[in-house]
Design a protein around this ligand. Structure first.
Ligand code: SAJ
Length: 399
């Protein structure tokens, strides 16, 4: 079987490498020449555990080849980004461009799969675009199978996760299910394209809404002088309660984005989903205010400005991915508005284009105020290494 994968990013490249290692002949297509060159050398341009070994093996086996242009294949997988732009509207330009790019290479019997997270109706639009590009839609299969892998565990979750597959018609669903069953060990569940689209958006909105609940609770607890972590531990002993972890906001390129795809199309109906996004964004502002107030109180009490250490930059614990990270936003804001000399620590990276990265030891010995923004495992020992009179602002429950 020949597979052509459009987009060699966080989903396309792991999928391409996995399928090539399973014996499929894979053409990976990316619009960026430097990405194509890196991959053809057997190297990777993104950070994901185990991916490097999979790509190296795929290239060495000659089952994977990266190029700028698509080619004839049995299966086409579209795995390009669907970012959102101003006005909270999803940008489907990459998906539609990829669709137009594969159109000339589609033959009867081919299967075209959209994996990119997309608003309701996008898979049907792809079929319309293919038809307008001259493809006989009645002779091909078109389906949506949203990716659901957790960054940091992609290689395992690509195989083990259950998958939801929705075609534009029954034959498309069945064809796509047979394809996924050939390499997925989880269950492959059938539905229609529109349900599969909303299913993915609902999954990430569900998580966002639950995190918003935890974040709102943490703000209430702070005002009521109650330890939110103790409260959460106790409430979660109820058999039907599972409160997620409050933090300094929600980051990454999925959970903070996908709910807007629902809100954009259903602005009057998606009240809670929108509010959850707002609560999670507000949490970062609240954290900044808290750091500012604590610094001011210190200054009044000691008649000198405190030394502040900001601990963590990544968008979640124990990874080096800084994309759409609330910690980065908070650090930027603190540095620009009131504490330019803050010590910045991120154990998972060596350097940063704008921030000077310091060692955790240095920060914990020297700072008057220690602000924990990300629950990295290294910060768990903070109580042992800090100065005796320093203040800890733990926004993610590392202590
Ligand atoms: N977070 C909290 N509290 C929590 C859990 C998470 O504040 O209790 C924060 C994290 O710190 C981070 C953000 O939420 O800033 C998102 O992290 P995450 O680990 O929840 O999710 P992602 O963005 O890494 O991956 C999600 C996953 N979706 C779900 O769990 C429903 C993944 O399965 C999806 O494939 C991925 O989005 C995607 O690509 O859509």
């Amino acid at each position: 079987n020949e597979i052509c994968i459009m987009g060699l990013g966080y989903i396309g490249l792991p999928t391409a490498a996995l399928l090539a290692n399973r014996g499929f002949s894979v053409t990976g297509v990316d619009i960026q020449q430097h990405v194509v060159d890196i991959i053809n050398r057997g190297e990777i341009h993104i950070v994901e555990p185990e991916l490097d070994a999979f790509v190296m093996a795929a290239i060495n086996s000659k089952n994977l080849k990266a190029t700028i242009l698509p080619t004839y294949s049995d299966v086409f997988i579209i795995a390009v980004p669907t970012p959102f732009q101003g006005d909270f509207q999803p940008n489907l330009e990459y998906v539609f461009n990829a669709t137009k790019a594969i159109a000339p290479f589609i033959k009867p019997g081919n299967l075209i799969i959209l994996e990119s997270t997309s608003p309701i109706g996008t898979t049907e639009k792809i079929a319309d675009i293919l038809a307008s590009e001259g493809v006989d839609i009645s002779s091909v299969y078109v389906a949506h199978c949203p990716e659901r892998v957790l960054p940091g565990h992609v290689m395992r979750e690509l195989i083990e996760n259950d998958r939801v597959v929705g075609g534009i018609n029954l034959a498309s669903t069945e064809k796509a299910i047979a394809f996924y069953k050939s390499f997925v060990s989880g269950e492959v569940l059938a539905t229609n394209a529109r349900t599969a689209e909303l299913c993915k958006l609902a999954e990430n909105s569900y998580r966002d809404t639950n995190i918003a609940f935890a974040n709102e609770l943490s703000i209430i607890c702070d005002k009521a002088n109650i330890n939110v972590w103790e409260l959460r531990r106790l409430a979660n002993r109820h058999p039907r309660v599972n409160i997620l972890q409050p933090g300094c906001g929600v980051g990454g390129h999925c959970i903070a984005v996908d709910p807007w795809f629902i809100v954009a199309d259903y602005p009057n109906e998606a009240q809670l989903i929108r509010k959850a996004r707002e609560v999670n964004n507000y949490k970062s502002e609240w954290v900044i205010e808290k750091i500012k107030t604590t610094a001011l109180e210190f200054e009044i009490k000691h008649a000198k400005k405190p030394s502040i250490a900001l601990l963590g930059l990544s968008f979640k614990p124990n990874i080096d991915d800084l994309r759409e990270s609330p910690a980065v936003y908070i650090v930027q804001s603190v540095i620009q508005s009131f504490a330019p000399d803050s010590i910045i620590v991120e154990p998972n990276i060596e350097s940063h284009p704008t921030f000077k990265i310091s060692a955790f030891d240095h920060a914990s010995h020297d700072a008057d105020i220690l602000v924990v923004l990300v629950a990295h495992k290294e910060f768990g020992t903070i109580n042992n290494s800090k100065k005796s009179n320093s203040i800890i602002l733990d926004f993610c429950g590392v202590i």
